[in-house]
Design a protein around this ligand. Structure first.
Ligand code: UT7
Length: 333
């Protein structure tokens, strides 16, 4: 019998501090950096983002999102045999944020301690991270290496921002989204299409690294926005079409496109190319900003909890980001 991997629960978490464009305009003005609500809304669609406080780490956001996803799936931590966290803002250089998340889940109650021993690792594919992580979990479940996986996208991108650089600091936010992915006889994930092109490493990166006990190089986000924009628009359609073809679906079959939420102009351009009306595109960019690997599972959970995304519907998830990486996943919920 064919073994599929199916999403059985979703969850997400945003840190409580909501920073509107105007809050950011005021904060940046104090640094002598000029921007405006009009510019940010017109060029990106972003109206607000959420930022963590100094004491909150990526694993804390991942933990909250994971608890909600587990609850939605009717699962306990000890049911899991795989944890994958997609992040570019890990708590530490090592161990993985997935290991730290596992420890936090194990401490929930006595029975949860049974989660110890399950495989746990991070995936680093920047804003495409969740699409990559979901594909890896799907492959492991279909191969029989896992039965019940927790797949998380979690980020504290505010930690990487240079608030003197108005071309990047207005774009990003913090948050986490998670899904429980389980082995099933019913079809779930139908196709995955992943890509990377390392020739474009420099257009979106945080070039700093730890060396001799110090951070060497620039540990803040650098982006050539226009280069990223052009590549993103060109590549997303290709990945979407390949995933659809692999699934044997037409674009018109899709109930919801759940794109990486970086810029409303990139999203509308992809929807137009796929001839999908915007009513079938899940949008959270206005309220979340770009939360990198967290943006797709955040948007998915947002749609599920709002009652818009329903069981049995066909979804197309697609992401693009640093690396350069891009990819798409077609699935039935
Ligand atoms: O998650 C990974 C994927 N990342 C992305 O998808 C990001 C892709 N890139 C983008 O979304 C867009 O390129 C940006 C939103 C980053 C920039 O939009 P743009 O339309 O490409 O603007 P631009 O870089 O061409 O800049 C236009 C003008 C410039 O001024 P001049 O040179 O025309 O006088 C910038 O200096 O806008 C200026 N500008 C700003 N003005 C006010 C740039 N940032 C700001 C700002 N506030 N925050």
């Amino acid at each position: 019998m064919t073994r599929f991997a199916r999403i059985t629960g979703t969850g997400s978490f945003l840190p409580p501090r909501r920073v509107s464009n105007q809050d950011l305009v005021n904060q940046l003005a104090a640094l002598g950096v000029e921007t405006s609500d009009e510019w940010i809304v017109e060029r990106t669609g972003i109206q607000a983002r959420h930022f963590v406080d100094d004491h909150t780490h990526t694993s804390d956001l991942a933990f909250e999102a994971s608890c909600r996803a587990l609850r939605a799936a009717g699962r306990q931590p000890q049911d899991l045999d795989l944890i994958i966290v997609a992040t570019s803002t890990p708590d530490m250089v090592f161990p993985s944020t997935a290991s730290i998340l596992q420890r936090k889940l194990a401490q929930l109650d006595a029975a949860s301690a049974g989660i110890a021993g399950c495989a746990a690792f991070d995936v680093q594919a920047v804003c495409t991270g969740f699409v990559y992580a979901l594909s890896v979990a799907d492959a492991m479940i279909r191969a029989g290496n896992a039965r019940c996986a927790l797949v998380v996208g979690a980020e504290t991108f505010s930690r990487l921002l240079d608030f003197n650089d108005r071309t990047t600091c207005v774009l990003f936010g913090d948050g986490a989204g998670a899904v429980v992915l389980e082995a099933s006889e019913r079809p779930g994930i139908a196709a995955c299409d992943l890509h990377a092109d390392g020739r474009h490493v420099d257009i979106l990166c945080v070039p700093g690294h730890v060396h001799n006990g110090q951070v060497t190089g620039d540990p803040v986000l650098k982006m050539d926005g226009q280069a990223v924009f052009k590549l993103a628009v060109g590549l997303l359609e290709g990945a979407a079409l390949k995933a659809l073809a692999q699934a044997g679906w037409q674009a018109q079959d899709i109930d919801w496109l759940i794109p990486h939420q970086a810029n409303i102009r990139i999203i509308t351009s992809t929807a137009r190319k796929l001839k999908l009306p915007m009513e079938r595109v899940m949008l959270t960019v206005h309220d979340h900003g770009n939360t990198s690997a967290a943006s797709i599972p955040l948007a998915l959970d947002h749609g599920v909890r709002a009652g818009q995304i329903k069981p049995g519907q066909k979804l197309l998830l697609e992401g693009v980001g640093g690396g350069f990486t891009w990819g798409a996943v077609a699935l039935t919920l």
